[in-house]
Design a binder for this molecule. Structure first.
Ligand SMILES: NC(=O)c1ccc[n+]([C@@H]2O[C@H](COP(=O)([O-])OP(=O)(O)OC[C@H]3O[C@@H](n4cnc5c(N)ncnc54)[C@H](O)[C@@H]3O)[C@@H](O)[C@H]2O)c1
Ligand SMILES: Nc1ncnc2c1ncn2[C@@H]1O[C@H](COP(=O)(O)OP(=O)(O)OP(=O)(O)O)[C@@H](O)[C@H]1O
Length: 586
């Protein structure tokens, strides 16, 4: 809106702040009425400035006339009455002008310049504040890393302690270590009772859960089958690879050393208890499960199934009353103490389901294929009798599938490990944009080093077992499941050069949603349990000490190669015919 010329080029001011008074009844002539404010046009800076200068100039004119004529009547307007509000505003504006000597009577662009300077100084101040807060944040994360490392070291020391116990040569030392272990277990048990949690701890002699109504009949002392794992070293002359890597005497499987060598399981005492886990709503599974249970019962084995499956079985026939189950989560958390072997009937999803039931040590899993793909399910269900017989007899080749341990760390949490339980994944943890339409922005750190910023649909942190799952679809490499490592694979990165990485198994990764992220991110674990990550939240991920041992049909390598050939038709191409041009023989 254009201002009248008189206002745009006012005469220079000729007054002193102390030498005027104003008539509150004065009103501007119509031609000098304030520019009307249109509510549909919100004021912008220049409008504000114009209005401010208009008010100043108007005051200047009023005062000038007032000074030269000595009264206000000469100034009186066409309409003859004064607008007191305008005058009060004008007076305010004059005071502002006086308080800001820099803009007094100066052109509009100087006013704008001073505004710009103010903006610059504000931006500088904000940058300095941002730097200080980033430094504070970095030191906070360092503290969190140290916590995580300390925790991992404590776990490892515990494992090494129990292995020491096995290999200690002198009897005295064995006795001493046994006492230490006993004390450790008692301490563990007491602390679990105190904290009201049912954690994972090992027992040599196990008792059936007395609170379980179905197992009350069987509540007698039973010894869990003991076995040893060895390196398979066909053709090796020297014994350096032959040492036991883990003993089952203490009840748990833990990896003291991780290796890509083939591992072999040999039973010391025959397995007695089998847990059968089945894919829901599958007719083929419903048909096979009762047959398998009857066969295992004939072999005098105890059988556990999920509560839903037991109900179905007993409804079908009261014969299945001997089948045991559990009533609550507490029952699930004690399963590893009773079960010698887990049989899965389904696809890869059922193996993932079985692994997710064990938050600590996992008994060996025998996966039967009743799905469509079956990367981790090498056993054919139609040969279940022969396969189970050879597994129950042993020895069998197994693949120790490493898992990732994931912690969600909330920005708001003070002591993060107390707030959210760690989640173990066999395939992968995915951090993606979920339902948000914004580009995911994720800051990635490996131990203390910044790795990169993922801008795209998300990121997959995968195990080598999971390398043939979502990781493969996102362009990551396929890796033999016995290779220890963490795969770092972006999902649809908006960059031309973001190649996937494979990191060593000992690193701790932290994926952080930055404070300036436009949207939230979502973490999902083996394709389940989605958790929202707000700006400031992070996911910390490292290799777990509790692997998932799965029985092989042949051995790790052959099973893996069969899977990629049969399941994915990897590198299938018609063979080039001999009929055509060829290198000439010299
Ligand atoms: N774009 C994708 O390829 C994609 C998307 C989402 C999830 N997934 C995968 O699905 C998994 C969950 O499996 P589910 O069966 O519960 O869900 P689901 O029933 O949706 O099956 C997903 C498919 O992935 C296959 N699969 C699972 N684990 C595998 C592995 N280790 N190697 C090769 N193939 C594997 C399954 O056989 C199945 O065909 C997730 O862990 C994730 O890896 C893949
Ligand atoms: N015992 C179970 N209880 C509840 N859900 C289960 C159980 N077993 C499997 N599931 C779920 O059922 C879904 C399908 O299972 P699974 O992948 O084994 O079968 P599938 O899809 O027929 O096999 P494939 O993936 O090889 O085609 C998965 O999401 C899995 O998590």
């Amino acid at each position: 809106e254009r201002l009248p010329d008189t206002i745009l080029s006012p005469p220079p001011p000729r007054f002193h702040a102390s030498s005027f008074s104003v008539d509150p009844t004065y009103q501007f002539p119509k031609t000098q009425q304030p520019v009307s404010r249109n509510p549909s046009h919100p004021p912008i800076n220049s409008q504000i400035l114009s209005r401010k200068s208009l008010s100043v100039h108007r005051t200047v004119m009023v005062l000038e006339n007032f000074n030269s004529n000595g009264n206000a009547s000469n100034l009186s307007s066409d309409n003859g009455c004064l607008d007191s509000l305008s005058l009060i505003n004008s007076e305010k504006a004059v005071m502002e002008v006086i308080e800001q000597p820099l803009v007094q009577g100066i052109e509009d662009h100087l006013v704008e310049f001073s505004e710009a300077m103010r903006t610059v100084s504000k931006a500088l101040r904000r940058a300095a504040e941002g730097k200080a807060s980033a430094q504070a944040e970095a030191s906070e994360w360092k503290r969190k890393y140290e916590l995580e490392r300390e925790r991992n070291m404590q776990l490892e020391n515990k494992v090494l302690g129990s292995i020491d116990l096995k290999i200690n040569p002198t009897e005295n030392k064995v006795e001493k270590s046994a006492q230490n272990l006993k004390r450790m277990l008692e301490r563990d048990e007491q602390s679990q009772i105190r904290s009201g949690k049912n954690g994972i701890y090992s027992h040599e002699v196990l008792r059936d859960n007395e609170h379980n109504s179905y197992s009350n009949i069987h509540s007698k002392l039973i010894r869990k089958a003991s076995f040893k794992l060895h390196w398979c070293c066909t053709g090796e002359k020297n014994d350096q690879h032959k040492h036991d890597i883990v003993s089952f005497e203490k009840g748990n499987i833990t990896t003291a050393e991780r290796s890509s060598k083939q591992i072999c399981l040999k039973w010391d005492t025959p397995p007695q208890t089998v847990l059968i886990l089945t894919k829901p709503n599958s007719d083929s599974v419903k048909f096979l499960a009762p047959q398998m249970i009857r066969w295992l019962k004939e072999k005098k084995l105890n059988i556990y199934v999920e509560p839903r499956v037991r109900t179905d079985l007993v409804t079908e026939s009261p014969y299945f009353n001997f089948v045991q189950t559990w009533n609550n989560d507490d029952g699930i958390s004690h399963l590893h103490e009773k079960v010698d072997l887990v049989v899965t009937l389904g696809g890869d999803g059922t193996v993932l389901w079985a692994a997710s039931m064990f938050k600590g040590p996992v008994p060996p899993i025998v996966p039967f294929s009743l799905g469509s793909l079956g990367f981790m399910t090498p056993f054919h269900s139609d040969q279940y009798r022969e396969r189970l017989k050879s597994v129950l007899q042993g020895p069998i080749s197994i693949t120790l599938r490493h898992r990732l341990q994931c912690h969600v760390i909330r920005e708001a949490a003070k002591t993060e490990y107390e707030t959210e339980e760690p989640i173990l994944v066999l395939n992968e943890v995915t951090i993606d944009r979920g339902i948000s339409s914004f580009l995911t922005n994720l800051e990635c750190y490996c131990d203390n080093s910044f790795v990169t910023c993922v801008q795209g649909d998300g990121l997959i942190l995968s195990t080598t077992s999971g390398s043939t799952a979502y990781n493969l679809a996102a362009g990551g490499s396929m890796v033999h499941p016995q290779v220890p490592g963490i795969l770092f694979t972006p999902i649809c990165p908006h960059s031309l050069s973001f190649r996937p990485l494979i990191l060593p198994e000992y690193v701790t990764l932290r994926i952080q949603v930055p404070f300036n992220s436009r949207g939230h991110a979502w973490a999902s674990f083996d394709g389940k349990d989605r958790k929202q990550l707000a700006p400031g939240d992070a996911l910390v991920c490292s290799m777990s000490t509790w692997p998932v041992p799965t029985a092989c049909q042949e051995d790790s390598t052959n099973d893996f190669l069969h899977s990629i050939h049969d399941g994915l038709h990897w590198n299938l191409r018609k063979t080039q015919s001999f009929d055509g041009p060829r290198d000439s023989v010299v």
